[in-house]
Design a protein around this ligand. Sequence first.
Ligand SMILES: Nc1ncnc2c1ncn2[C@@H]1O[C@H](COP(=O)(O)OP(=O)(O)O)[C@@H](O)[C@H]1O
Ligand SMILES: [Mg+2]
Length: 292
Amino acid sequence: MSLKSGARVEDALERLGHEVVAIDVGHDLVTQLRAAAPEAAFICLHGRDGEDGTVQELLEIIGVPYTGSGVSACMRCADKVVAKHALRDASLPTPDFFAFSETAFKQLGAADTLPAIEERLGFPVVVKPADQGSALGIRFARDAAAVPAALVAAFSYSQKVLLEQAIDGRELAVSILGDEALPIVEAIPVGEDFYDFEARYEIGRTDFVCPADLGDDVTARVQQLALDVHRLLGCRGLSRVDLMLEADGKPWVLEANTVPGMTETSLLPQAADAAGIDFDELVARILAEIPS
Ligand SMILES: Nc1ncnc2c1ncn2[C@@H]1O[C@H](COP(=O)(O)OP(=O)(O)O)[C@@H](O)[C@H]1O
Ligand SMILES: [Mg+2]
C-alpha cells in the first residue's frame, strides 16, 4: 500500500523536476536520511510508524523538513481515543464512546462495566482498536453476546480498544489540502453485508462517488466540520477526515488521518481530481505546504 503510494509520488516528483531518493523504512532509516541529506522528505507511509509521529520525530531531530502534519498532530490522530476526546471536548460531533486498555480489561475487571456501556451506546456497538487503520480489527457487535469476541479481536491489534455508538448513515471522507476542503467522497458499499469489512475493502466491493451527491448546504456544513477537525487536531498541509452522515443530515466524525493514501484509487487523489487538481499538482501543493 505505502509502496504503491510511494512509487506514484516518486514519478510525480521527478516530473516536477525534483531529484528523488526513495527510502524504504527500515533499521537504517536514519543513516539513509543522513546520507541523502534531502531538502525535504515526502512522507508516504501508512501504518503505525509513518502516521503516529515516529518518523516525523526522527525527521525533526535530524533537521529534514517533511510533508504533512507535525509530531503532535500525528500522535493525536493516530490514537482514535485521544482524537475523539479532543473532538468531544471541543463540542464537535463524534459518536459516543468508551475506551479501555487491555490491562483494565484483564486486571481491573473492566469487563464488568460492559452492561453499563452497552446500555448507553446501544446495539450494534462498534468495537475498534484505538490505533489501526483500513478497518482492521473493527467489528460490529449486534448484541451483548458478540462483544467479548469483538474485544478479543480488537485487542489483537492494539493495547487500547474503543467501543463506539454505531451510526446508521452514509460514509463520507473529506480531504483537506492546505486550508481548503476538497470535494467530498462518498464510499458506497456494493453488495449485502455492510458489516463485512474484509469484503468491502476488497477491490470492487466499494464504489466511490466524488463529489458526493449531497445538497449544497450539507456539503458546506460537512466540509466546514472537516476543516474544524483538521485545525482542532493541529493538522498541517493535508489530512483526510472520515465521517458518517445520518439521514437527517447530521454528520458524525469518526477519525482524521494525517497520512492519507496516495494510490490511484485513494480518496485524496480522487477528491483533488474532482477539484481540477491533477496528481502532479497535488504533489506540488503538498510540498508547497511544508513550512519553511
Ligand atoms: N461508529 C460507527 N458507525 C458506523 N460505521 C462505523 C463506525 N465506526 C467505523 N465505522 C465503519 O468502519 C470504517 C472504518 O472506521 P474508521 O473509524 O474510519 O477506522 P479506520 O479507517 O482507521 O479503520 C468506517 O469508514 C465506517 O464504514
Ligand atoms: Mg477511516
